[in-house]
Design a protein around this ligand. Structure first.
Ligand SMILES: O=C([C@H](O)CO)[C@H](O)[C@H](O)COP(=O)(O)O
Length: 210
């Protein structure tokens, strides 16, 4: 069953916990964004898991080296999933997968900045990762001409479990689900909404209906 993930790109544990309390009933995975983890450290992971033990907590580390060490840090703090960059050496991903197996948790490979996301997704899927994030980051989304359709087309071709992150919103979430994703990630469409709970509820309904 496809899952819905909220990405929390806020900067304090207090704000993140307040947002999560509002939207948790409508999502399966709670992502702690890279800026949030850089701002608050491992403590935000511990606090989120304590507040939402029934949800999957996703630590968006975007690790580039020392995969086993950093993944172990995330899992030790309570994360269920951690991201490793797809652009780095396979050794980093293999190390993170080793830590995941030891903790009974999972690794997600983030393809941000990767030129051929589909090819890399197929390669790293052989390394034991949970799924691969087809990701256009916030800076890439701000470039002229960006369209999430690129990621939707890639998801249809991937043939391996993927998520899509890069501007999922109420207008696009049905097409994202229909592309066969394992997970749809919505950040700004939820935390940037005037009423995040209502936005998450609407996204959940559209996601489930698609
Ligand atoms: O991972 C993300 C980004 O790199 C900043 O941490 C975002 O959470 C991801 O792109 C999803 O956010 P939206 O594009 O706002 O949905």
């Amino acid at each position: 069953m496809a899952k819905l993930q909220v990405a929390i790109d806020l900067l304090s544990t207090k704000e993140a916990l307040e947002l999560a309390a509002k939207v948790a009933p409508y999502v399966d995975i709670i992502e702690l964004g890279t800026p949030l983890i850089k701002s608050e450290g491992l403590a935000v992971i511990k606090a989120m898991k304590a507040a939402h033990p029934d949800k999957l907590v996703f630590a968006d580390f975007k690790t580039a080296d020392t995969g086993e060490l950093e993944a172990g840090m995330a899992f030790g703090a309570g994360a269920d999933l951690v991201t490793i960059l797809g652009s780095v050496d396979d050794a980093t991903i293999i190390g993170a997968v080793k830590a995941a197996k030891e903790h009974g948790k999972g690794v997600v490979v983030d393809t941000i900045g990767v030129k051929d996301r589909v090819k890399r997704a197929q390669e790293v899927s052989k390394l034991g990762v949970e799924f691969v994030e087809l990701h256009a980051g916030l800076d890439e989304q701000a470039l002229p001409g960006y369209s999430i359709q690129v990621l939707i087309d890639e998801a249809k071709r991937a043939g391996v479990p993927v998520s899509i992150a890069g501007g999922v919103n109420l207008k696009t979430i049905a097409a994202v689900k229909q592309a066969g994703v394992a997970v749809a990630v919505a950040g700004g469409a939820i935390y940037g909404a005037a009423d995040p709970a209502a936005a998450a509820k609407e996204l959940r309904a559209a996601f489930d209906a698609a």
